[in-house]
Design a protein around this ligand. Structure first.
Ligand SMILES: Nc1nc2c(ncn2[C@@H]2O[C@H](COP(=O)(O)OP(=O)(O)OP(=O)(O)O)[C@@H](O)[C@H]2O)c(=O)[nH]1
Ligand SMILES: [Mg+2]
Length: 232
């Protein structure tokens, strides 16, 4: 039986392949630039995490807390179903689902297409809820002003070093499901230390949408980013 890994199963000689993924990312960056130019006045926040870390629940709660003073919209990506958009609309948010058709991340061209189908007049903050995945979304600039990564207390505190690019490219790490910290082996200090070794500028806020911890700080952070975007 051949026990070699598939990547080593070459006959004699090898082929040096062009990395076409790099070209794709270059094309993505052009579209991301176009999105930035299209949306000069509103704050765009790209929310990333593993599946189920609490992105949609956080946005529902953000809508309840900030919905009266700010105009909020969400483009939410999932491989299938419109379930998250339905949840967000029920919370009073202007939401549109991007169904990626199995793709594990959102690309800038998907955002550009979606912008033709959502009315952003008067919008202050546009959230993009990315597909649940700590890997691929990190490589795709979506024209955002800030990237926020959730790391749930149930995922283990070793993730920032194992998936460094996501934390390197984020402005803020939210340690979500903080209400479960007494029951799971997760050290906020250890996760924050590892994350800041990857990205010394990363801000860290533990949150619980269930109990309300950290949500005032999260809302203040958003308002500060919005003021910064508008030159305040
Ligand atoms: N204990 C606890 N559970 C939470 C918290 N926030 C979210 N959850 C639960 O976590 C589960 C997943 O939450 P979602 O908001 O759907 O997570 P998501 O990141 O949007 O999931 P995907 O879009 O599928 O990647 C749900 O059962 C939520 O009720 C929290 O602060 N504490
Ligand atoms: Mg979701």
């Amino acid at each position: 039986m051949n026990t070699k890994p598939k990547s080593n199963q070459m006959p004699v000689g090898s082929v040096q392949c062009d990395n076409t993924t790099l070209n794709l990312l270059k094309a993505n960056d052009f579209v991301a630039k176009a999105i930035r130019e299209k949306l000069p006045h509103l704050l765009v926040v790209n929310i990333c995490s593993s599946p189920g870390s609490g992105k949609t629940t956080l946005l529902q709660e953000t809508g309840r807390r900030l919905g009266k003073e700010l105009n909020l919209a969400v483009l939410v990506g999932d491989p299938e179903t419109e379930r998250d958009a339905v949840r967000l609309k029920e919370a009073g948010l202007n939401a549109l689902q991007i169904v990626t058709g199995g793709m594990c991340h959102i690309e800038a061209q998907m955002i550009l297409q979606a912008l033709d189908h959502i009315n952003l007049e008067g919008t202050d903050i546009l959230f993009i809820e990315n597909v649940g995945n700590l890997l691929c979304p990190s490589a795709f600039d979506l024209g955002e002003d800030a990237r926020v990564t959730l790391l749930a207390s149930t995922e283990g505190d070793d993730k920032p070093k194992k998936y460094p690019r996501m934390f390197l490219t984020s402005e803020l790490m939210l340690v979500s499901k903080a209400d479960l910290l007494p029951y799971v082996p997760f050290s906020v200090e250890a996760a924050a230390k590892d994350a800041r070794e990857v990205n010394p500028d990363l801000e860290v806020i533990p949150i619980s949408t269930l109990k309300g911890d950290g949500l005032d700080e999260w809302c203040e952070w958003l308002k500060k980013q919005l003021a910064k975007k508008r030159g305040g």
